[in-house]
Structures are given as structure tokens and as C-alpha cells.
Design a protein around this ligand. Structure first.
Ligand SMILES: N[C@@H](CCC(=O)N[C@@H](CS)C(=O)NCC(=O)O)C(=O)O
Length: 227
């Protein structure tokens, strides 16, 4: 199998954690995509994923799977023990509910904030930016605030339970980890979130999160861009 990705970006890192958790490193070839050079917007990559985003999983028979949740479902089910996406009907439902909340409440608004209210990936990749959003104006700030409200919500969930979907580490935790790391890179994490912080420290000790197939959570690309 091949995974097309870019070191350290939030969504590729989600899948690196899954690969590490499922001990699939030896079965996967990681193919770096030049995201800063807009390789993912060229015809060859768009043929693999018309959404023009990373990561993408390519199976040995040529089947292409994009979207982190779909890739996670596939990799998690290969060994017949879907620990990250749920073994029972109710586990599956709760994990998908909480992971979608982590996307909708944190990752999605941060993506809009990053792309429209900050320099984002740069002029070459983002010729269009909402003009009224430049300079972190009110509209952009609203997206950052939405993500902060989301982090407060997860703080309240984690004050009651160990992990987002109950008492076991799951795909939902991985999505929130990526969201929180993105929020840290953008400097928008609220100060007083003790349960969220305790969860972050706890989850950081999970071997797959520690190792995550060699990827850092703060992309060198973003550091170079001054984030
Ligand atoms: N919903 C997608 C999101 C993927 C995504 O937005 N990936 C980012 C990297 S973190 C990307 O490729 N961005 C490039 C761009 O927006 O041009 C998923 O779950 O895989």
C-alpha cells in the first residue's frame, strides 16, 4: 500500500498515528507530496483525489481511498480488530459522532481561519482569499473563537471521561489531537482547559502517538512560514 502525505500537517499526521497504532509501517510506502509547491492541485494528484487534499491511501490493486475517517476505517479493520473505530454498533456510533464533532468544532473552523485570516499556505496556493478576512479581522477571529468554544466543549467532556468516546483511545481522540496541535501552531488555545491538557499529556504517552511513524505534529513548513 502507498500513502501520499506531507510531514507534520494535521490530517496526514492523523493517519501516521493510525499506521503506528496498527503496526502497519512495514506494509506501507509513504510518498511525500509537495504541498507547498501545489503538487496536490495538479492533474496527476487530482486524479487520485479530486478534493486535492492529503492524505490518500492507494491499495496494491490501485483502489484509492481519501478522507481520514475512511482511511482509518480501512486500516483499522485489516486485522479484524477495529480498536480505533469501534467493535460494537454503539462503539462505532459514539466514535464517529465524537470524531465528527472534533472536525466540525475544532479542525474545520481552524482550517478556515488558517486559509482566510492568516497567510495560510501562501499566495501561490491560495490565489483567492476572502478580502474582508485579511489581517485576522472580525470574521476570521470568529472562526478561531468557534475552535476555542470547541476546545472548551471537549474540556468538559474530558472532565467526565478518559477519552472522547468513553474509556478507550479511538479515532475521535486522534482527530482532536490533530485539532489541538493545529490550534497550538496557530496560537489560539485558551489558557484554562485542565481536563483537555491532562488528556493531551495522557494521550501523548500512547506509543503510537509518541512514534507516529516519525512525523512531528508541527510541520516544518508552517514553522518556516512563521507560525
Ligand atoms: N477531510 C479531509 C481533509 C484533508 C485536508 O484538508 N488536508 C490538508 C492537509 S492537513 C491539505 O491537504 N490541504 C491542502 C490544501 O488545502 O490545499 C480528510 O479527512 O482527509
Amino acid at each position: 500500500m502507498k500513502i501520499y502525505d506531507r510531514a507534520g500537517f494535521p490530517n496526514p499526521t492523523r493517519i501516521r498515528i493510525v499506521v503506528a497504532q496498527k503496526e502497519l509501517e512495514s506494509k506501507i510506502e509513504f510518498v511525500p507530496v509537495d504541498l507547498i509547491g501545489a503538487e496536490h492541485k495538479q492533474a496527476a494528484f487530482l486524479a487520485k483525489n479530486p478534493a486535492g487534499v492529503l492524505p490518500v491511501l492507494e491499495l496494491d490493486d490501485g483502489t484509492l481511498i481519501s478522507e481520514c475517517t475512511a482511511i482509518t476505517e480501512y486500516l483499522d479493520n485489516l486485522d479484524g480488530n477495529p480498536e480505533l473505530t469501534g467493535r460494537t454498533a454503539s462503539e462505532k456510533a459514539l466514535i464517529h459522532m465524537m470524531q465528527r464533532r472534533a472536525e466540525a468544532f475544532v479542525l474545520d473552523p481552524l482550517g478556515i481561519f488558517f486559509h482566510h485570516a492568516t497567510p495560510g499556505l501562501g499566495q501561490a496556493l491560495q490565489a483567492y482569499k476572502s478580502p474582508e478576512w485579511q489581517g485576522r479581522t472580525e470574521m476570521g477571529q470568529r472562526e478561531a473563537e468557534k475552535a476555542q468554544e470547541g476546545l472548551h466543549y471537549f474540556n468538559s467532556v474530558l472532565a467526565e471521561q478518559q477519552f472522547l468516546a468513553g474509556d478507550a483511545f479511538s479515532m475521535a481522540d486522534i482527530t482532536l489531537l490533530a485539532g489541538l496541535a493545529f490550534a497550538e501552531a496557530l496560537g489560539v488555545v485558551p489558557a484554562d482547559l485542565p481536563a483537555l491538557k491532562a488528556w493531551q499529556d495522557r494521550v501523548a504517552e500512547i506509543p503510537a502517538v509518541k512514534n507516529r511513524s516519525g512525523q512531528s505534529f508541527l510541520p516544518e513548513d508552517l514553522k518556516r512560514m512563521g507560525y
